[in-house]
Design a protein around this ligand. Structure first.
Ligand code: COI
Length: 332
């Protein structure tokens, strides 16, 4: 059995090597290159492909895999929004993902950023760098005084709720599908509007779907409390960036923590010569603000998560090849 692994980063390599040493019946070829229209041919002779990338898995890529007879594609991440579903289906390509490599990693980072915003640490860091060690006027707020509205209560949303509650915050939540345990706590509201009306902090944990595209827009921001804080560790497409910038300018939104950004592909996880060389004016507009914390999609980036992404995806691909199915099969 042979698996071709694409986009293997240096930090993933030791985990992949360990997996290989524990699965001696599998031949694994790996490359740092991403799976695209040029590299897809390298999967010739493989039974399955393991990949992670934010770049699209295009129809052409999937058609090439189909022509090569490679019908098993295992992603090392959660989101499947960059797959051309029609092309995967017409090529009979089965897709698995890793739905839970570490929901806690993302939840912990989200709450870290919220605490930084509430305690104005960005402002203090920047003041201190200028030799200004005064307190005023940057008096802080406490999380235990806040109502946090969690939008979507999948694994990551639920992990975040546990932490918010540990800090003593009041948590309310919205999801089309209610989690029975959380429902017993009575924390659900019936509509997104109720969540927006009542929350001091909106914590977004929804996938990117057609329905969710720009769900944070001028209209939904108007339904929010004044001085709301918005946290997005989920997908950039959830937020209409222009509407957010406008609401930051007019003070409706007090702050935001953005680990994702709608045009992040090709910008995040890249090095530029200096700040001005970052090729996105709206992103730089956000990054210049003390009350906006932009991070380059790193909420997931922990040793535990990276290990699990590699191990769970490799295991899923092996399962697909051996048995035709996997407990991580995605319904496309
Ligand atoms: C996902 O798993 O879908 C993520 O957003 C994290 C990714 C950057 C590895």
């Amino acid at each position: 059995m042979k698996i071709m692994a694409y986009g293997i980063r240096d930090d993933e390599k030791p985990f992949l090597d360990q997996w290989i040493s524990e699965n001696t019946n599998v031949t694994v070829e790996s490359t740092a290159e991403l799976l695209d229209e040029n590299t897809a041919k390298q999967a010739a002779g493989a039974d399955g492909v393991v990949a992670y990338q934010q770049m699209p898995y295009t129809a052409k890529v999937l058609d090439t895999l189909g022509e090569l007879g490679v019908k098993n594609l295992s992603l090392r991440n959660v989101g499947v929004d960059n797959i051309d579903v029609a092309a995967a289906k017409r090529n009979d390509i089965k897709v698995t993902n890793v739905p839970a490599y570490s929901p806690e990693a993302i939840a912990e980072f989200t709450v870290t950023q919220l605490l930084r915003l509430l305690r104005n640490t960005n402002t203090f860091d920047r003041k201190q760098a200028q030799g200004d060690l005064r307190w005023a006027p940057d008096i802080a707020d406490e999380l235990n005084q806040k109502t946090v509205g969690v939008y979507a209560t999948g694994r990551i949303g639920r992990a975040a709720i546990k932490i918010y509650q540990g800090f003593g915050a009041k948590v309310i939540a919205y999801d089309i599908y209610r989690n029975p345990e959380l429902d017993k706590q009575g924390i659900y509201v019936d509509t997104p509007q109720e969540l927006f009306n009542q929350s001091d902090v909106i914590s977004l944990h929804a996938p990117a779907t057609k329905e969710n595209f720009h769900m944070i827009n001028e209209n939904s921001i108007n339904q929010m409390k004044d001085d709301v804080i918005i946290l997005n560790p989920a997908r950039g497409d959830l937020i209409d960036t222009d509407a957010l910038i406008k609401a930051l300018d007019n003070g409706k939104v007090r702050g935001a923590a953005l680990d994702v950004y709608e045009n992040e592909v090709g910008v995040f996880n890249n090095e530029f010569d200096n700040f001005e060389a970052i090729p996105d004016e709206r992103l730089k507009n956000l990054m210049r603000r003390d009350n906006v914390l932009v991070s380059p999609h790193i909420a997931f980036y922990t040793k535990k998560a990276v290990r699990n992404m590699v191990y769970f995806a490799m295991n899923a691909n092996k399962d697909l090849i051996e048995s035709g199915t996997s407990d991580k099969l995605v319904e496309l």
